[in-house]
Design a protein around this ligand. Structure first.
Ligand SMILES: [Zn+2]
Length: 212
């Protein structure tokens, strides 16, 4: 069975086994509208599916996914700001009370950023400029961890991608306002796809702490 057939088979099984309360829930979500309690910014990586990891139901998470779970800084210019538009919808349209940036280990986007010109030679055009918003964090990691192995450098850059995104979130005035009035909280999380363990950034200690 090829991949597309397998997906359609999955859809048919989903339809055939849909519990009655699920149908009711979907109908209620259409009638009352969605009111997700969190927007999650995650990587597009096929091994990191927030709905799967957090056992989320329809209506729970407003999902924003892109290469390397990045939030660009607020920019007035430019037209096609996909991530900023999704954030605007989540915050202004849906009043989400939480925004979670979910980084992950073994991120191909972060690896492309570390490789730099090497991926440009491979024909990449959009990825290098997108992940370049992490270049200064990469330089900081190299300066503060000069003896780190490539694996340790990559892990540090992946965790820093969460911090850069959290910082960039606060460049949007409507996010800043809601944080100040305590109607919105930002969270930095990190998922290790190999061990399936989650860590949460603690701003007091400045470290990612495992969830027990
Ligand atoms: Zn990734």
């Amino acid at each position: 069975m090829d991949a597309i057939e397998r997906m359609l088979g999955g859809y048919r099984a989903f339809r055939a086994n849909m519990p009655e309360d699920h149908t009711k829930k979907l109908r209620a979500l259409v009638e009352a509208g969605q009111s997700p309690q969190a927007a999650v910014i995650a990587c597009s990586d096929s091994r990191v599916d927030p709905a799967f990891v957090f056992r989320a139901e329809p209506g729970d998470i407003f999902m924003i996914r892109n290469v390397a779970n990045l939030v660009p800084p607020m920019e007035e210019e430019g037209t096609f700001h996909g991530t900023s538009a999704a954030l605007e919808f989540a915050v202004l349209g849906l009043n989400v009370p939480n925004i979670i940036v979910l980084g992950h280990a073994h991120c191909g986007g972060i690896n492309a950023m570390i490789k730099g010109d090497e991926v440009v030679k491979d024909g990449y055009h959009f990825v290098p400029s997108w992940v370049s918003m992490l270049s200064s964090a990469h330089r900081r990691v190299l300066a503060t961890m000069p003896d780190a192995t490539p694996e340790e450098t990559q892990r540090a850059c992946e965790k820093n991608s969460v911090l850069v995104s959290l910082e960039n979130l606060t460049t949007f005035p409507w996010i800043r306002e809601r944080i100040a009035e305590r109607s919105l909280k930002l969270h930095g999380w990190f998922f290790d796809i190999e061990t399936a363990e989650l860590e949460i950034y603690d701003s007091k200690s400045g470290r990612f702490e495992p969830v027990t």
